[in-house]
Design a protein around this ligand. Sequence first.
Ligand code: ZN
Length: 182
Amino acid sequence: MALKKIITVPNPFLRKKAIPIKEITNEIKNLLDDMLETMYNANGIGLAATQIGDERRLIVIDCGQKNDVSIKKEDDEFCPNPIKMINPELIFFNKELTVREEGCLSIPGYYGKVKRPNIVKVSYIDENNVKKVLKADGLLATCIQHEIDHLNGVLFVDYLSKLKKELILKKATKDYNKKNRN
Ligand code: ZN
């Protein structure tokens, strides 16, 4: 396994729409493992292939087994629950919305409150070529929607007010330029 470099704003690759995978190869299985390792290493709970500069429809997620933080006791230990999704597609959105503070490994250090459906169903193919449907609520539902957005070139800041979005993108771009000057 190998760590991949996570790209950040203002990299224009983050705005690309990813393409579906036709065949699951060993290279893709290895890439999914690398993505998980990269995500854990960065203390993230989700990562899309777009974020490592790969334009295929792949995401990895780990929100633990108790995916709803609202019922999670503080002393509960995090139980790893890695999920690898190939060609994920949202097939159901609940009408009820929920607001959660989101961050993103591609916009490090910035957060914003985003309103999204509180329950979703996602269909995907797993690494063994088995078609699956997962119903998710709580943090997992938010995370799945955030990661699938990446595959469509959408970032969480796109849901914020124009002012807030521009401010975050401006600051994150400044951070990027500062880091890459040295
Ligand atoms: Zn993100």
